[in-house]
Design a protein around this ligand. Sequence first.
Ligand code: PMV
Length: 362
Amino acid sequence: MKRVPNTMFTNSIEEYNLEANEYSVGHTSPSNIALVKYWGKFGRQFPRNPSLSITLDKAHTSTRVKFSKKDTQGISLTFKFEGNEKTDFANKIQKFLESIVEEFPYLPLYHLDIESSNTFPHSSGIASSASSMSALAMCLCDFERELLKTKPSEEDFLNKASYIARLGSGSASRSVFAKMASWGESYELGSVNEFASPYIDFAPLFENICDSVAIISSGEKAVSSRAGHALMENHPFAQTRFESAHHNIATLVKALKEGDFKSFAEVVEIEALELHGLMMNSRPSFILMATNTLEAINRIRKFREDTGTMVCFTLDAGPNVHILYPQSEKSTVLKFIEEEITPLTQGGLVIHDHMGNGPVKL
Ligand code: PMV
């Protein structure tokens, strides 16, 4: 297994040229949907098991940061979300930045004006922490590259962005890479715990795969992912789950390489149901599916059985249903969604997305 030394992501203050008084940078970064889920963590936000996700395209966060030199020491920032100051988010970012001063030792010398917006509704169940923390990490690493006397390679730059994103939100580590990404120690994938890696070993069938998100309920999450990960600590099935994730990664990788949609669908659906099963069996227990989540799942399975269409579902830690299908099935599946799934959604909302190319500099 690759071991990543702690020093890989730290530089001494002498390695920076700190003459810049002001620097502005912007990045968009997408959300992602996990096919094999990360659920359970340890230490400094390390995953208990490897995960693999599709990087989305349309569902993304745009973040702009203006860094201004100041005389006082200490982390200081203002944060606006879609034009409005948000003190609760600002406090979270403040804590996050304070936790990464070792990685960015010059950060206390600058004031940060951060502005952010999402292309998708806040409580749509699309992972906004993945897109927002990866967009912020890209901006922080961009500024660092500007200051460093010796510039990092593109690979080192992205690895650090993924490492920093991970410290903000584990799943955000995967959003830094185009198409698909894996994260967490895995013999199968050759990936590590510290940062995610691009995953591109998939058959043409999966190129540009579609993800239509049926919004069953846009309410607040019943359990935050932080609390959810914590529930895995004394979970009666924890060990079985971590082993099962490794097994599911192996099956998924084989299905992706061989273009085998049947095995892909089987393992992706089992992963979603395992995640929800774990929450149902936690102490306290949570049922995060709604009645229409189950109805949508049953309709997707029946449609697949009746017509042979390549379509399957996955779920995040909430009631909304991600419907996955290859580009070649698009017109058939869109018709099915409109007729059978849209009536199950809140306000007829289905967000159509697909595999994307990762963050973009603004
Ligand atoms: O990145 P977090 O801490 O919000 O955890 C995300 C966990 C899941 O979305 C449920 C699964 C995953 O791998 O994205």
